[in-house]
Design a protein around this ligand. Structure first.
Ligand code: CAA
Length: 259
């Protein structure tokens, strides 16, 4: 039997996805995207999901981009279909109702950077390398980089990266807001555990609501987005989490958020 391209490990609703093509530095080909989309469509159905972590197999690379060998002979129509498949898959990752964390353990280039940009959190090892080097291959980013990168780091820095194709180290990625944290590689796993424990220990409906408010509000005008926040805030008072969380505060104990 062939090896899985996406390894899935589930620890009480915290799901870790590992892109498993280390010989090609976890480059995204059609087979990886197909398998990833199937996994995501299952995760979308789970009400017990608390957080998702995505990383690359091996110690060298998160994802070194879309698969250049596969793309090399594509016609424009085939390239459009490939990009559409990737965009759809990445969107499904982005719109999972729980926090999605990119654990960037090395090269994070091209389609890999575009995948990380769709995650709510990005935690990088100190040896990680980021970039959108597509222009060096005679193409532009095709998995969302020209749109999500300027939204994350601003248009000036995005234009710098997509037009020069230059690579940046983890510290620069932190400085420009591309990642949330940089950790020594040896401490990356422990930090990921701590982060997912923290995320999954909070009120699950509140965490989902907070993510929804930020994501859905970003593309609206401020007044509409604030009205959305008010509606979601009010919704919190219809469930048990608010009562438990606030009672725990008043009673000076830890809240117990049941599933
Ligand atoms: N696609 C296919 N295979 C890739 C790959 C990719 N994006 N990146 C690396 N590999 C393969 C290499 O071909 C090599 O395979 P072989 O052992 O069979 O030769 C293997 O992974 C190891 O890579 P290297 O020997 O090159 O490793 P290195 O340490 O010398 O260099 C690297 C690492 C700097 C990341 C280099 O591999 C590299 O530059 N990779 C390409 C990065 C890139 O340009 N990414 C953007 C792709 S285009 C894109 O993503 C478009 C889009 O938006 C849709």
């Amino acid at each position: 039997m062939s090896e899985k391209l996406i390894d899935v490990v589930d620890n009480a609703g915290v799901v870790r996805l590992t892109i498993n093509r280390p010989k090609a530095l976890n480059a995204l080909n059609s087979a990886v995207l197909t398998e990833l989309e199937a996994v995501l469509s299952e995760l979308e159905q789970r009400s017990d999901l608390r957080a998702v972590l995505i990383t690359g197999a091996g110690e060298k690379s998160f994802v070194a981009g879309a698969d250049i060998t596969e793309m090399r002979e594509k016609t424009p129509e085939e390239a459009r279909a490939f990009a559409s498949q990737a965009l759809r898959t990445i969107k499904r990752l982005e719109t999972l109702p729980v926090p999605v964390v990119a654990l960037v353990n090395g090269f994070c280039l091209g389609g890999g950077c575009e995948l990380a940009l769709a995650c709510d959190w990005a935690v990088a090892s100190d040896n990680a390398i980021f970039g959108q080097p597509e222009v060096l291959l005679g193409v532009i980013p095709g998995f969302g980089g020209t749109q999500r990168l300027p939204r994350r780091v601003g248009p000036a820095m995005a234009l710098d990266l997509v037009t020069t194709g230059r690579k940046i180290d983890a510290q620069e990625a932190l400085r420009i807001g591309l990642v949330n944290r940089v950790m020594p590689q040896a401490e990356l796993e422990a930090y990921a555990d701590e982060l997912t424990k923290q995320l999954s220990g909070n009120g699950p409906q509140a965490v989902r609501g907070a993510k929804q408010a930020v994501h859905d509000g970003m593309d609206q005008d401020l007044d509409s987005a604030l009205a959305l926040e008010t509606a979601l805030f009010a919704c919190c008072f219809a469930g048990e989490e608010q009562s438990e969380g606030m009672s725990a505060f008043v009673e000076k104990r830890k809240p117990n958020f049941s599933r």
